[in-house]
Design a protein around this ligand. Sequence first.
Ligand SMILES: *Cc1c(COP(=O)(O)O)cnc(C)c1O
Length: 432
Amino acid sequence: MLYYSTNRRSPKVGFEEAVLQGLAPDNGLYFPVSIPKLSSSFFKTIEELNPDEIAFLVAKQYVGDEIPEDKLKQIVKETLNFPVPLVEVKKDIYSLELFHGPTLAFKDVGARFMARILRFFLEKESKPATILVATSGDTGGAVASGFYDVEGINVVILYPSGKISTTQEKQLTTWGKNIFALEIDGTFDDCQKLVKEAFADSELKAKYGLNSANSINIARLLPQSFYYFLAYQQIKEKSKPFIASVPSGNLGNLTAGLIAWQMGLPVNRFVVSSNSNDVITKYLHTGLFESKPSVLTVANAMDVGNPSNFARILEIFNHNYNRVKDKLKGYSFSDIEIRNCIAEVYQKTKYTLDPHGACAYMGLQKELKESETGIFLETAHPAKFRETVNESIGQSIAIPDSLNAIIVKKKVAIQSQPSLDSIKKILSTLLK
Ligand SMILES: *Cc1c(COP(=O)(O)O)cnc(C)c1O
């Protein structure tokens, strides 16, 4: 498979090159030149396949011969070493629980896959590498967990000071060894911008072998399409059309869903569910895409004011707004609505939503027709956001053991101003 840059001013490259570059030299995002369709027999027999087999068939389309089949099989198996259950919340509404991985958020899927793919390519070339990644909360922990103690790879995580939950902060500042956390005096958008600036600095990029682990990297993005197939596999009434509601920030998860759809997955519509950061909602209603500074919400992993995967979404729809708006329906929800939703769903069904899943749940409710099955993506375990969740449901939810073990550890982070000069200085002392 070849990958082109969405800015179209860089040459097309193979999978390995696209993964190692992260961002294309012209600052565009890599995207496959074509999205292969899976056979109708694949969809007919999907119930007989196990999750690894499904993931392998999907991944193979994009990796081609660049990784030996048995190695790729091992990589997808290790990526999905936890369940992705589809749980009925009430009639016709299902939660796709994506939070059973090591850091209790869906980003484990992309981060685990990418870590293993990068390890494979870097071992082959025996190059040193530094993963530079900006996080709005959950990416940092997932990437740290995926790369912890991997020889030859350092990980530097930029996170916005005071704008992520205590648990999320602990999940990225308590590792040690090859994992370094930079606490940036700014917003997630500042962090994302710094990472982009660092990549645009070719000297810096070469010096440390910089690589990104944000959803701009194709190896983070593509594996996220696995679980849309796993969701479909678990739908009992396959003759009924279904729609999927995706809690959205940087739009990576949504883009992966659209890729699954282009591969033949019969999704009727996607609901793009956001918090008060409503750039994409406004676009879907007006056709105008205007980035703006992000605002802090209780669903902070979606506090994004300039969603980076938007460029890829335009590619999927050939820049045709009418086609976009037929397939994607956008809704935004305030913190009050999120809290009320968590409370109400808990009272009525005993199901505990996290703030991101709550956005997806509300979007689904607005969009779901009687003839359809609705799936919303539950992207994080509610215990990761227990301050908000406990207040909403009026009691304390149980905390998984893996989380308890992290909460008691000591935070270690380096403070930095949101400037590339400051980041450069820190890198030069950290990575000697
Ligand atoms: C990152 C994240 C999102 C948003 O996903 P995007 O791919 O950035 O749109 C939603 N929910 C949770 C819990 C997240 O960590």
